[in-house]
Design a protein around this ligand. Structure first.
Ligand code: NDP
Ligand SMILES: O=C(O)C1=N[C@H](C(=O)O)C[C@H](O)C1
Length: 262
């Protein structure tokens, strides 16, 4: 039996890529697809959206509840506000939820994960998650003597900054260095000399860049760089579907991440 997956934000850049994954992945099928209330696509079949000539029998809805009811697991790539609605629905309908939405600082996912299984990752790509493990290792091996600079570049429509992935890299470095992340971020928007031990963030936005990240460890003699460049959003979509399958097999309530899969 195929796993029934609901997709929230189905008309977004990521939503469409996720719908496309159902064409090739034989373990899953689409249970429902949610777009914003008022969208001209509400009531239309998702077939043409996933590039099918014919209808697939699933109509786009604005009802998050309806999709949670008909799904074994739900995937959300939307906004903080919509994601909050999804968290409440996950608890109400006791359904696992995979979240890729970023810019969610201040939300306490653990509160919901105590009742239902939630997997959140700022970046669903396998490559970034392997890189995250390497960054943790590099931070441990290099110690606190190197300045850490994290740079990211994304497309010009990205709303949050720095990216969720950059923040996760920063938290990993802070954790390895045993310092408080909140107190050790360094902003370059002032004229102060760079503090020792701070984690610096730099952000670029332009064109259609899908997602580039670089973590640099720098001292006066050398620079170690760990880089990742996403070539196609399929890397995030494939990871999200893999996460949905994994979460269905690990239904014990708790907060998981892609780090549990790699
Ligand atoms: N974890 C990861 O691997 C990745 C995470 N992301 C993150 O995922 C999120 C989405 O990114 P992206 O797809 O590029 O963004 P888009 O803006 O292209 O897509 C978001 C979609 O969600 C829809 N949406 C917003 N609110 C609601 C609502 N209340 N009900 C139904 N639909 C809603 C939007 O509709 P409308 O346009 O009408 O507002 C839009 O279609 C961002 O936070 C981004 O940072 C992105 C890529 C990878
Ligand atoms: O908004 C995006 O596009 C992306 N967002 C994620 C983030 O904020 O880290 C992941 C990816 O880099 C693409």
């Amino acid at each position: 039996m195929k796993i029934k997956v609901g997709v929230i934000g189905c008309l977004g850049r990521m939503g469409k890529k996720i719908l496309n994954e159902f064409i090739t992945n034989t373990k899953v099928e689409i249970a429902g697809a949610v777009a914003r209330l008022g969208s001209e696509y509400i009531g239309l079949d998702i077939g043409p959206i996933v590039g099918n000539n014919c209808n697939l029998g699933i109509k786009i809805t604005s009802s998050i509840s309806e999709v949670f009811e008909s799904s074994d697991v739900v995937i959300d790539f939307t906004t903080k506000e919509c994601m909050l609605e999804c968290l409440k629905a996950a608890v109400k309908f006791k359904k696992p939820l995979v979240i890729g939405t970023t810019g969610i600082e201040g939300l306490n996912l653990k509160e919901y994960a105590a009742k239902v299984s939630i997997l959140w990752s700022a970046n669903m790509s396998i490559g970034v998650n392997v890189l995250l493990k390497l960054v943790k290792e590099a931070a441990k091996l290099l110690g606190n003597e190197y300045d850490v600079e994290i740079w990211e570049m994304h497309h010009n429509l990205k709303k949050d900054s720095p990216s969720g992935t950059a923040i996760e890299f920063g938290k990993a470095v802070a954790n390895a260095a045993k310092v408080d992340f909140e107190l050790n971020q360094y902003s370059h928007n002032n004229s102060n000399i760079r503090g020792k031990g701070g984690i610096g963030f730099a952000v670029s936005r332009g064109g259609g860049v899908i997602g580039d990240h670089s973590v640099m460890f720098v001292n006066s003699d050398e620079r170690v760089e760990l880089n990742h460049k996403a070539i196609d959003r399929t890397t995030f979509a494939r990871g999200a579907v893999q996460a949905a399958i994994w979460l269905c097999e690990n239904k014990t309530p708790g907060l998981y991440s892609m780090q549990d899969l790699v």
